[in-house]
Design a protein around this ligand. Structure first.
Ligand code: P1T
Length: 409
């Protein structure tokens, strides 16, 4: 589906560590790179999967003379394979893996200094809002939450001390589509970095670096892992200086993933393209049927032509993703009852696994945002968010229909 070849040969490493980090950039289209990038067969044994290097340290040939690895917080070969794989998927030169998506976001904030100002979307993951407001405001950073689909509002929020524009697209949970190229340009005009959280879209559907973003952020816990069995995060950039600074904080703060977690994500990214095709197909069908259902007020899915971001999504993305939200024509209680009544869709936070999940943002993933702020951003009490899995679409639809019937009784 996607025809996105490797941008260039980035084997520019002059040091052994760099050679190892970027030593195997599989060429070809994203489906091929997902399987091969960063992971040539093991030289010693021929193993086709990278070994899980369960080691904390590495022998040195002489003091200060290591073989590319010295300590596993700083670097581990299984992590190197994952970082190279993720960089190749995003079309960037440098990848960094973290212990969670939040650890990755934290590392971007580590780049800033006291007094700096951040512009962020007013519809972002609740945990992102929480780290901005409840952690980093105490470190003298300030945050403006604006509707980033409104470029005028973003421009008006720019201050001389603006150092970062933080973008999610599609947004969590309202599935708004932000114009990455326009926001990156605006950020750069203000002398700020533009970071894009690409968790919902994945690099299979959208590659923010191609649109001018400086940093791509991921929760690997979601589609890249793909099986709801691992927590992880990542940052990808094309800028060597920026990567070096991110690497400094990665190592200094130490929120790095263990090699088993890296292995699980590597296992996941191999099937990312085939999983995403099914996620997208199923979500499109459910969104269309929900939009026709009399008990449903509003469906938020960028693949619907009625979605205000549909045309931009069609340009910026290769398909529309597996996440959708909808508004039941009812109350918080009815939405709660509905999400508890589904049987194939499991009532749970998170997203991006092969199994379908359903949740109520107001009481679950976005409960850390004060109600007035949630409502002002359009995140109502009755909103339901679904991560549409790869099960048979008719089983998913039957489940939604029975849960709607049970709720409306
Ligand atoms: O959970 P963690 O791996 O730390 O990732 C945080 C994160 C970052 N960015 C986005 C867009 C996210 O959706 C998340 C995590 N989100 C959920 C757990 C959720 O259910 O929305």
């Amino acid at each position: 589906m996607t025809d996105h070849t490797t941008p260039d040969d980035r084997q520019d490493g002059t040091e052994q560590t760099d050679d190892r980090r970027h030593g195997h950039h599989a060429t070809g289209r994203i489906e091929t790179r997902a399987i091969h990038a960063g992971q040539p067969p093991d030289e010693q044994t021929g193993a086709v999967m990278p070994p899980i290097y369960a080691t904390s340290t590495y022998v040195q040939d002489a003091p200060g003379q290591d073989r590319g690895y010295e300590y596993s917080r700083t670097g581990n070969p299984t992590r190197t394979a994952l970082e190279a794989n993720l960089a190749a998927l995003e079309g960037g030169a440098h990848g960094r893996a973290f212990a969670s998506g939040m650890a990755a976001i934290n590392t971007v904030l580590n780049l800033l200094e006291a007094g700096d100002h951040v512009i962020a979307g007013d519809d972002v993951y609740g945990g992102t809002y929480r780290i901005f407001r409840e952690v980093y405001e105490d470190y003298d950073l300030s945050f403006s939450f604006v509707d980033t689909t409104d470029l005028g509002a973003v421009e008006a929020a720019v201050r001389p001390e603006t150092a970062l524009v933080w973008v999610e697209t599609p947004t969590n949970p309202l599935m708004r589509i932000n114009d990455i190229a326009a926001l990156a340009e605006l950020a750069h005009k203000a002398g700020a970095l533009c970071a894009v959280d690409n968790t919902f879209a994945t690099p299979y559907l959208q590659r923010p670096l191609e649109h001018g973003a400086d940093i791509v952020s991921h929760s690997l816990t979601k589609y890249l892992g793909g099986h709801s069995d691992v927590v992880g995060g990542a940052l990808v950039t094309d800028d060597a200086d920026l990567d070096e600074r991110l690497g400094f904080y990665q190592n200094s703060v130490g929120a790095t993933p263990d090699p088993f977690a890296c292995f699980l994500v590597l296992r996941g990214t191999k099937t990312l393209p085939v999983r995403m095709d099914r996620h997208c197909e199923n979500a499109q069908t459910l969104a269309e049927r929900l939009a026709e259902h009399p008990a449903v007020d509003q469906v938020y899915y960028p693949g619907l032509s009625s979605h205000p971001g549909h045309e931009l999504a069609a340009e910026q993305m290769d398909a529309f993703g597996g996440m959708l939200s909808f508004e039941l024509a009812g109350t918080l209680e009815e939405a709660s009852e509905f999400v508890a009544a589904t049987e194939v869709f499991a009532l749970a936070e998170s997203l991006g696994g092969v199994e379908s999940l359903i949740e109520q943002p107001a009481t679950m993933t976005h409960a850390s945002i004060p109600r007035e702020e949630r409502l002002a951003a359009g995140l109502t009490d009755g909103l339901v968010r679904a991560s549409v899995g790869t099960e048979h679409v008719e089983d998913l639809w039957a489940d939604i229909e029975q849960a709607l019937a049970a709720t409306l009784d």
